[in-house]
Design a protein. Sequence first.
Length: 75
Amino acid sequence: MSATNKKKSRSRLYLSLGTTAFGVLSVVKEAKLAREENDTLRLVDAVVSTAKIVTGLAILYREVKRLGDDDVLLG
């Protein structure tokens, strides 16, 4: 992989990590609101969104492993 492609991949990875963090906050807020209002449909939506986030994190983890040992996230 060329240095340019590696840099783009890292930038994309960091952006994905940031958007996933905001997604977690949104899902937590949605779940809390659903529980307060006893809204089963919103709660189901929060659960499905959580599954999406977990899957996204698994994909991001795989990408971190592919970047190699020189990546900041790997130490």
